[in-house]
Design a protein around this ligand. Structure first.
Ligand SMILES: [Zn+2]
Length: 438
């Protein structure tokens, strides 16, 4: 499978390699825009400047541009945080029209990147795109501004070499992948579609065809306040109850649930780890000399494609977590009979998967192999925008890109420049092989 198939393919790969410096320059430019993922309420950063730079490049190669600020999310859609606005955070969809009669290809990328903290530990400026040897350093270099630069350079080459494709190419760059997935959702809601697609995430040249979903409960453990240095009667006689001291019981319940999921067949998947539930944030108490009346525990619970019902929501998994933990603590501590745990749930993301032998998956892996980058069909234990396009946009979508995944989200994130060049070449080849007249 791993060979270039025509003189034209060789010409295109050579042309991509000749654009190495342009690819580096574009990646550095994208890294320099501060598009750090937001906390709710943060003002926009450089999202619009970044998108407008891509608009200029895509316009120059003849793309039809749609750059828009989606309406605020409102309330009631569990897939989205409440009242999230997109002021200053436009989404971009650009269509390069084919000659007709061939399948269309979506190339997706997220322009947000995670926080640079703890910044003092970086040995490279996270926004400078410094080159050190064969590596380009910076926040988002791997995840995934390098991947976005690679797809733009691939399309530049196809344009300059006048490679005429039958199918359209849709380039989509969105915000908010690292937080809620709201940008990808906005694109699907806008009608961004193709016959199939991929996102140039850092996959180490594998094709991530499946991902887990996530629900995030905040569990509030109720207590009863009282003076920490005064004797307390039994809680049944009105004495204080220390909410923080109840925390181990809840942690035990979560550990038991996790073990159960690991043992259960419906939590097994050929490409994904079993479901898991990880306590991630704990807060509690009001004063150093007051018995704490509350303790909040936030969790990150990941689940498999089987863990949702036919209407594609996460209520099945949410109900299971809640019922299991409630029953566990009630059975062991009578306090909880009349003082139940309180539950709040963030917006969730849903798992998705596409066929491992989808034609585009095979084309992309063969193209990578032809460039000396053999990869395999794999899964992503976390989540990616591809799930939104697959599940809600009628566009079977996966992730494929360069390596250095281990440096994504980490201090001194980098991308190998050689890998980036090969991602760009693989994107060009994939378009040539997929968007052909049928
Ligand atoms: Zn990513």
């Amino acid at each position: 499978m791993g060979e270039l198939r025509s003189a034209l393919e060789e010409t295109v790969v050579t042309a991509v390699r000749a654009k190495r410096d342009e690819l580096i320059a574009l990646t550095r430019e994208l890294v320099a825009y501060d598009t750090t993922a937001r906390e709710i309420g943060d003002p926009a950063r450089d999202e619009e400047r970044l998108q407008r730079s891509l608009v200029a490049r895509l316009t120059a190669i003849g793309a039809e541009i749609d750059l828009w600020e989606p309406p605020a999310t409102g309330r009631g859609n569990r897939l989205l945080p409440d009242d999230l606005d997109f002021v200053g955070r436009p989404q971009l969809a650009a269509r390069l029209g084919g000659s007709g009669g061939g399948p269309s290809l979506l190339l997706n990328g997220h322009i947000d990147a995670v926080s640079v903290e703890p910044r003092e530990l970086w040995t490279h400026d996270p926004f400078a795109g410094e080159i050190d040897g064969r590596r380009l350093y910076g926040r988002g270099a791997a995840d995934m501004k390098g991947g976005i630069a690679a797809m733009i350079v691939a399309l530049d080459v196809l344009y300059e070499r006048e490679v005429r494709l039958a199918g359209d190419i849709v380039v989509c760059t969105v915000t908010d992948e690292e937080s809620s997935g709201a940008g990808g959702w906005a694109a699907v809601d806008r009608g961004v579609r193709a016959d199939a697609g991929f996102a140039t995430e850092p996959t180490d040249f594998d094709a991530w065809v499946a991902c887990r979903g996530t629900v995030c409960p905040t569990i509030t453990i109720p207590g009863r306040a009282g003076h920490a240095e005064a004797p307390q009667p039994d809680w049944r006689e009105g004495g204080a109850v220390n909410a923080i001291e109840k925390l181990p019981l809840v942690l035990d319940a979560l550990a038991e649930l996790r073990e159960d999921w690991r043992a259960r067949a419906d939590h097994r998947h050929a490409l994904l780890s079993p479901g898991d539930i990880v306590p991630t944030v704990v807060r509690g108490g009001d004063w150093s000399v007051t018995i704490p009346a509350w303790c909040d525990l936030q969790c990150d619970a990941m689940f498999l494609p089987a863990g949702i019902d036919a209407t594609a929501d996460a209520s099945v998994i949410e109900r299971e977590i809640r019922e299991r933990v409630d029953a566990h603590v009630r059975a062991r501590d009578p306090w909880f009979e009349d003082h139940p745990l309180r539950w709040a749930w963030d917006s969730y993301v849903l798992p998705a998967e596409i066929a491992a032998d989808h034609p585009l998956v095979e084309i992309v892996l063969a193209a990578a192999a032809a460039l000396g980058r053999p990869g395999k069909v794999a899964g992503l234990d976390s989540w990616h925008d591809a799930a939104t396009f697959t599940r809600f946009g009628g566009t079977p979508c996966f992730s494929f890109g360069g390596g250095a995944l281990a440096t994504a989200h980490a201090v001194d994130e980098y991308t190998e420049i050689d890998e980036l060049v090969d991602v760009a070449a693989a994107v060009a080849l994939a378009a040539m092989r997929y968007c052909v007249a049928t």
